[in-house]
Design a protein around this ligand. Structure first.
Ligand code: ZN
Length: 161
């Protein structure tokens, strides 16, 4: 699948709930997993492959891949932390983003089985980054305006080059 980059409208749209857990959703998750592995990323949300649906996948090294369908954050830790993030839809751009360090999330897996998960560390960070994609939010939106402007300039220069 083709990964779309900043400037593509679907990345800024609020994605719709998945209502059909049939073969189409199973195939979407499988195709996204292959795409993510090829791109060497940690997470990929459906809007990033042009599909405005509430589904994302996470692949943390040495862990089995996880599929989240219609995810809902139930709890966020009050403790936050800064960590450098990148995004397959913003290739070459990295910045420190502040986010809660732990969370509890409820979702369905790719085969219509509900689950609740407590996550912390890298996993929590990737989940929150991907959750944002389902609401049309990019990680640069979580930076200060000054930082975001600086990054947007780098991004635009890259396009012009
Ligand atoms: Zn991203």
């Amino acid at each position: 699948m083709n990964i779309v980059t900043l400037g593509t409208e679907v990345l800024r749209r609020k994605a719709e709930e998945v209502t059909d857990f049939g073969a189409g959703t199973v195939k979407l998750a499988a195709d996204m997993l292959e795409t993510l592995r090829g791109a060497k990323g940690l997470g990929l949300a459906a809007p990033q492959v042009g599909v405005s649906r509430r589904l994302f996948i996470v692949t943390i090294p040495d862990e089995p891949p996880l599929v989240f369908v219609n995810p809902e954050v139930l709890e966020l830790s009050p403790e936050t932390g800064k960590y450098e993030e990148g995004c397959l839809s913003l290739p070459g751009i990295y910045a420190d983003v502040t986010r809660p360090l732990a969370l509890r999330v409820r979702a369905w897996d790719g085969r219509e089985k509900p689950f609740t998960m407590d996550a912390e560390g890298l996993l929590a960070r990737v989940i929150l980054h991907e959750m944002d994609h389902l609401d049309g939010i990019m990680f640069i939106d979580r930076l200060t305006e000054l930082k975001r402007k600086r990054i947007m300039k780098v991004w635009e220069d890259k396009f012009r080059a």
